[in-house]
Write a protein that binds this ligand. Structure first.
Ligand code: SAH
Length: 228
């Protein structure tokens, strides 16, 4: 999988993506990226990428001519995604779909200022994608969230095979059950007996019941989602 990242801050990559299992996957060739500096395509000597809004109002907008040239410079663009609060919110189901083709290319546009000129979105038939209902100062963190979540569900990225991702929150139709490890007793708190019993049927039932309970309490919307 390859990501072309369009940004005015290429030095922000790989950032968090250089560590942990996703960083290891990069070193193993599972994925690669190019961080392309939009400023390199500026039409003036100052490296201007933004200008004031037509119609007035505070905040600058990224120019379509500069961004368009930056996009045109990419050979294998694949699907083009612009991170934006206006897009559908990224879900684990969408993450799975993006991860399905291990040879896919994605071009990720990181906005800054107030965002990008609307004509760019039309011209390149760009998909908008949000990572949540809040406003970031730029799309770079969103791009890292996207790459991290997509790469970690790809084959051979996590130890433990398919099981490692299949049993997680959202994948199981709700939120995860409580997790415990050694020591079995800590500051007077004991690990639930059933988990030490070795009885797989009981353990599975307990986890399912805990997961259902936690989901009902914290995220009833997920239950409704599954009933659709
Ligand atoms: N004026 C815009 C917000 C601009 S924030 C609005 O009101 O919708 C600047 C940039 O940060 C955006 O262009 C986008 O690329 C990124 N960004 C901000 N919040 C985001 C979110 N929730 N999800 C994805 N990207 C986001």
């Amino acid at each position: 999988m390859h990501f072309n990242i369009l940004t005015i801050f290429p030095e922000m990559f790989p950032g968090t993506l250089g560590g942990g299992v996703v960083g290891r996957a990069m070193n193993n060739g599972v994925w690669s990226y190019d961080a392309i500096n939009i400023r390199d395509f500026a039409h003036d000597n100052y490296g201007s990428v933004d200008d004031e809004q037509f119609g007035g109002g505070v905040g600058q907008v990224m120019r379509p001519d500069v961004l368009g040239d930056a996009i045109d410079s990419i050979k294998n663009r694949g699907k083009i995604i612009y991170f934006s609060p206006r897009g559908p919110r990224l879900t684990q189901k969408m993450v799975r779909e993006f991860a399905a083709n291990k040879d896919a290319n994605y071009t990720l546009v990181c906005g800054r200022y107030e965002g990008i000129d609307e004509r760019i979105i039309e011209e390149y038939d760009i998909m908008e994608l949000s990572i949540g209902d809040y406003i970031l100062s730029g799309g770079e963190i969103a791009a890292q969230v996207f790459i991290d979540s997509v790469v970690r569900v790809m084959d051979n990225v996590l130890g433990g095979g398919a099981d490692a991702t299949a049993n997680e929150s959202f994948e199981i139709g709700g939120l995860e059950w409580p997790l415990y490890t050694r020591p079995s007793a800590w500051r007077g708190r004991n690990v639930p007996e059933v988990l030490l019993s070795g009885h797989h049927g009981n353990i599975e039932r307990w986890r399912k019941q805990q997961s259902d309970e936690i989901t009902k309490q914290r995220r009833p919307d997920l239950i409704k989602e599954n009933e659709k």
